[in-house]
Design a protein around this ligand. Sequence first.
Ligand SMILES: *[C@@H]1O[C@H](CO)[C@@H](O)[C@H](O)[C@H]1NC(C)=O
Length: 169
Amino acid sequence: MAKSFAFFALLVSVVCFSSLLDLAQANKEKFHVEGKIYCDPCRLEFENRLSTPLPGATVVLECKYENNETVTFKSKEVVTDQNGHYNIEAEGDHPEEENCKVTALKSSHPECNDPMSGMESDRIVLTKNMGVRSKSRFVNSLGFMPKQVTNDQCKIVVAELAENDKKDD
Ligand SMILES: *[C@@H]1O[C@H](CO)[C@@H](O)[C@H](O)[C@H]1NC(C)=O
């Protein structure tokens, strides 16, 4: 009898302990925020066929309350790899009232280092309460550009884009 009670007590404490662990885990939700930084040699401020991946660019992820701009999460600064990709680990569940965004801070490229007008990503949803199961979040690409357009091919790209515009009309 005493033995089975001891076993029961053990079982209860194991169950309790593991649900405490679950709670702790829920508070420490982890997401992988992934994206790419590119160089646009044409200063068009969007990705085009002459754009190239930009290694060595620094990005950061930040979440703020929408109404009062209080920062609720700030990641370490992360540098893009050889392919211009980055992967930021974000901690915690950030509900809808929080606005999470990646900002491209700087480029280490000697020429391609002029920021575009928008260096903040679109909003990233970092909560599992929005029905998104995956732990990965893919961010729209952000870019830098050189101070001057030196690539002759840019004229051709601009002409091509104008041609496509005409077709769309
Ligand atoms: C900012 O807004 C959030 C959500 O509405 C609230 O919980 C928080 O206390 C506010 N912080 C400050 C400093 O006002």
